[in-house]
Design a protein around this ligand. Structure first.
Ligand code: NIG
Ligand code: FE
Length: 401
């Protein structure tokens, strides 16, 4: 079925740049875009159903390319502790932090995990998200990681959103392996990843490279196994210290390296050469009250593509609005609203390996777009969250939820 969407303006992101079409029309055929351009150049389209968009601004559907949406419990108690001056690293050292969410997640049934994650994901969808990446990483044993990845697959099957599932087994040390990090890495490589990949539960492999998590040498073993299994890699890198995880990620053609506050110019050069996207997470920066800013000048100078994501997780970024993150990327990291929009569309798609089909509005790409009732595209970064009036079109069909 063909649909002609007209009387709108489009921020298309076509050909990898921020580009505007005023008084545009979009012709969709099934779930794809068949034609897009200025309305007066539209070829004859007698057989299409016509939808009036009443002057809305159309953008690609938003893509949240880094989340930990599925978890048990929450950590508002740790939030209060941190407000009293206890650091994230101190809390982790005392058995809190990721380890406390692992305990809660293991004790929560698959059904309960699904129900709570579904609510969080629906908040993201109401904000204009049509594609999301969700990581495991709060299970840390085969059965519990499988439970999380199955919930992630079910969310994609039951909600109107494209979901990519990432295995983050190398997130933290499970208590069973206390003091034996290399053994746990071996277990991930020989048992967990091969089994979870064979079950079709894994689209990418991630790890946490940090002094309080895993070393670059340990991460590299995980990357080698991922490559053997034909899976792309990503990395939490340079969040709290500089271990050059982002350069390691670039050596393995990672889709992205994420956080990056402590990265160096050399890391930026390596990422640019490899096409590894820099995923910045202003929610975590804000929530941990960090002061070390990601090196925006070096990223721009070397042409590293910059994406923005919520990092939705119970410890460092309980963020339920991707547009709020766009605002924070502008106010905290001094990105422009145009960069922020590219960061949640074009570059976020690349960070998920979906650059050929998603992230911009071009002929042949998937017809995922939002028609926003706003004055200017910059309004998306201007408002601090909230439920902006919009129509959501996914796979060529208007979606209500
Ligand atoms: O992206 N950095 C590691 N992982 C998460 C935090 C996880 C947690 O504290 O529960 C992050 O910030
Ligand atoms: Fe994260």
């Amino acid at each position: 079925m063909k649909t002609l969407w007209q009387h709108c303006h489009v921020a298309s992101m076509a050909q990898g740049v921020y580009s505007i079409i005023e008084d545009a029309a979009i012709l969709t055929s099934g779930e794809r875009i068949e034609w897009i351009g200025p309305r007066q150049s539209l070829p004859a389209t007698a057989d299409a159903r016509v939808v009036e968009l009443n002057g809305a601004w159309v953008t690609p559907g938003l893509i949240d390319c880094h989340t930990h949406t599925v978890f048990g419990g929450n950590r508002s108690g740790e939030f209060e502790q941190r407000l009293q001056g206890v650091s994230y690293a101190d809390i982790a050292a005392q058995g809190g932090g990721i380890a406390s969410t692992v305990r809660a997640t293991r004790a929560t049934t698959e059904e309960q995990l699904y129900a709570s994650a579904r609510q969080r994901l629906q908040a993201l969808l109401r904000d204009g998200v049509t594609t999301v990446e969700i990581k495991s990483g709060y299970g840390l044993d085969l059965a519990s990681e499988r439970k999380l990845l199955r919930v992630i697959r079910r969310l994609g099957a039951e909600l109107p959103v494209t979901v990519r599932g990432t295995c983050l087994a190398a997130h933290a040390m499970p208590p069973e392996f206390a003091g034996r990090a290399d053994d746990y890495i071996e277990h991930i490589c020989t048992e967990m990843l091969p089994a979870l990949a064979a079950e079709g539960l894994v689209d990418a492999v991630d790890a946490f490279c940090e002094y309080l998590a895993f070393s670059p040498a340990q991460v590299e073993r995980v990357f080698i196994k991922a490559r053997e299994l034909g899976l792309p890699v990503k990395l939490h890198a340079e969040q709290l210290s500089s271990l050059h995880g982002s350069s390691l990620a670039a050596r393995y053609q990672a889709l992205s390296a994420d956080h990056l506050e402590f990265m160096t110019e050399e890391d930026a050069i390596a990422m640019a050469a490899a096409g590894t996207v820099a995923v910045l997470l202003p929610g975590a920066f804000y929530f941990l009250r960090e002061t070390q800013l990601p090196p925006m000048d070096a990223l721009r100078k070397h042409g590293v593509k910059i994406a923005i994501a919520t990092d939705l997780n119970p410890g460092t970024s309980p963020g339920l609005s991707l547009r709020l993150m766009m605002n924070m990327a502008c106010t905290l990291f001094r990105m422009t609203p145009e960069e922020a929009l590219a960061g949640v569309t074009l570059h976020a798609a690349r960070a998920l390996g979906l650059g050929d089909s998603h992230g911009s509005l071009e002929v042949g790409k998937v017809a995922d777009f939002i028609a926003w009732d706003i004055e200017r595209p910059a309004d998306l970064s201007y408002w601090l969250g909230g439920d902006l009036p919009k129509r959501v079109i996914r796979h060529g069909l208007e979606t209500h939820f």
